[in-house]
Design a protein around this ligand. Sequence first.
Ligand code: FAD
Length: 431
Amino acid sequence: MTAHYAIIGSGPSGMYAADALLEGVPGCHVDVFDRLPVPFGLIRYGVAPDHYKTKNTARQFARTLDLPTVRFFGNVEVGRDISLDELKTFYDGVVLAIGAYNDRPLGIPGEDLPGVYGACAFVGWYNGHPDYRDLAPLLDKDAVAVVGVGNVALDVCRVLAKTVAEMDESDIAAHALDAIQQAPLKRLHMFGRRGPIEAGFTPKELGELRELERAVAIIDPAQLPDQVDGEFEGREKGVKEKNLSIFKELAAHKAGIKPISLKIEFYAAPKEIFGKDRVEGIRMERTRVENGRAIATGETFDVACGAVVKAIGYFSKAPYGVPMNGGTIANVAGHVEDNLWVVGWSKRGPSGTIPTNGPESRDVMRKMIAEHDNGGKPGGEAADLLLRTRGVRVVDYPDYKKIVAAEVARATGGHPQEKFTRIDEMLAVLG
Ligand SMILES: Cc1cc2nc3c(=O)[nH]c(=O)nc-3n(C[C@H](O)[C@H](O)[C@H](O)COP(=O)(O)OP(=O)(O)OC[C@H]3O[C@@H](n4cnc5c(N)ncnc54)[C@H](O)[C@@H]3O)c2cc1C
């Protein structure tokens, strides 16, 4: 009997899980559901548009979706168009791979003011995610503050700082490129609660700040230690040391030599975002680090800015009554309940890169196969029938290829593609 599996979410963790199932259960059928008409999750909508080569990881996943035993159910939101219980009835095993794309709050006064954006929304906006098409961030003042010192904070600052020419080979959404180029930006501030050694940057991404055409990255040399102390070993120590040497280069830069200054400031925790009807500035509190933790000192300072982007982490939202454990779906080694399993950011939280999801998805799928490879359930046929009766316009993989072909065809300049940023536009391509 053929085994049928459903994966909810076509991001990296879901696609690695699909590969593992196809390898582990020869002849099985795998259906990949996504709420959007286009697959690959944060590869399309998270990875920075000027890191287009990273998005090529999706090619291996595209080959998987193209296999005759794999079916893409795009434009199908589980919980809205079809329920989790229905999928559990139709499939031998169901895998939640829905990611964790909701911004963690700062929990400070003023967070709800117009002009405050989570990185999910802001990154989604410049990457053309349909949910954030109409975000229209307030970029009408000369400064933006970004809270967080990880790679996503770097992405946000870099995309804001780059010129049209520097973005020419990117797939940034046209509406965002226009808005950024029209913004009168002079200052970008990046704040970290802890010190330079604790920052989550990777050296390659940090190093890119040295090469910006219209922005100079600066750091107060007094915030930098002479060397990396602490209990770091091996690769982690190497990363910290490389970061420190780049920080030292940035500390030698002079503010004002380029039109935009991008200041990385450590030991500063957000205390309040202030403004009458919108963001007018952010109040920061100095910290010191003890045993790796930021301790507030009571000393504050204000930075005037027109927008604040929070890049401090993400959480998964409880889908369809599934038990949660903080910001992740409660599970034991990937098992949630019955024939339901979980992988990726919705399982372990927002950590790691695209490849990090591979070994974990394979591991969880091995366990799932051991318990649910018996077959006997109807699989995609039943799901298809139900979705048809409900009038859901399922976007399959050939449909997706048409959407991408149209995006490539309408791209201008050096841009590899100009994404459609509304679901209606994507469906219109399909007639
Ligand atoms: C801003 C940002 C930039 C990043 N840049 C890089 C980078 O440059 N390089 C790198 O290696 N890693 C990068 N990462 C990390 C990488 O994107 C993640 O490791 C990876 O995407 C996590 O995969 P996932 O499958 O768990 O989640 P996701 O990629 O978020 O995929 C989840 C999928 O589930 C779908 N979904 C959600 N709910 C439903 C539902 N109810 N029904 C159906 N479908 C649903 C979503 O539409 C989405 O397609 C970045 C992350 C972020 C946030």
